[in-house]
Design a protein around this ligand. Structure first.
Ligand SMILES: [Zn+2]
Length: 202
């Protein structure tokens, strides 16, 4: 999703801004002056992080801006590692609202003929909490679908980044393009509760 879309779901965005320490008002889904100020502060801090770590391709930029600041910094460090190792890695997905997650959950279910791409409904994915991103590996400018370069990139990058974890290490469902900040809890419902109350978990 884009930052502009993130702003459309005001309650979701207020929770996101509260977790980031920007929003101190009531979580009421109404865009007023407190939300406006928090939004401006979030944009400003995102700019400072960008200045510190540099910019990347357009897709990565549009997705990084949807992450919480701590995740933005880690995502940029992650792309620096890729660049330093001559890997064309792009961030193709960042934060999703619950509604967007529910739409993805429909893929491959209830007569939908597309492949299943997620087992998480809205509020069940770390993509809903501003701390997760999915990458694409590219070779000669083309998106690579097979798992091998995703595994070799993880083997190279993970020892350099102690703050993140990789979906390829999950036991039940291997998600090779997926990375996230190590969450405060392994249980998504715990993070969901913190997110919905606007409490910090990163
Ligand atoms: Zn993911």
């Amino acid at each position: 999703m884009s930052y502009q879309l993130l702003k459309h779901d005001v309650l979701f965005y207020q929770r996101f801004l509260a977790v980031g320490g920007f929003y101190k008002g009531v979580l009421d889904g109404q865009w007023g002056p407190i939300t406006n100020t928090a939004d401006a502060e979030f944009v400003e801090q995102s700019k400072l992080i960008t200045q510190q770590y540099g910019t990347f391709d357009a897709a990565s930029e549009s997705n990084i801006i949807t992450l919480l600041p701590e995740a933005q910094a880690e995502a940029r460090k992650f792309l620096i590692i890729a660049k330093d190792n001559n890997q064309d890695i792009r961030i193709l997905s960042g934060t999703r609202t619950y509604d967007e997650q529910d739409l993805l959950y429909q893929h491959g279910r209830n007569g939908d003929t597309r492949p299943i791409i997620t087992n998480a409904r809205g509020g069940q994915s770390n993509h809903n909490f501003g701390i997760a991103w999915d990458i694409g590996v590219f070779a000669n400018g083309c998106y690579v679908e097979n798992d091998i370069p995703y595994k070799s990139f993880a083997a190279m990058a993970l020892p350099l980044m102690k703050t993140i974890e990789w979906g390829g290490n999950w036991i039940s469902f291997k998600d090779y393009p997926h990375y996230q900040l190590k969450p405060v809890s392994k249980t998504e419902s715990v993070i969901r509760g913190l997110f919905e109350a606007g409490n910090v978990y990163v």
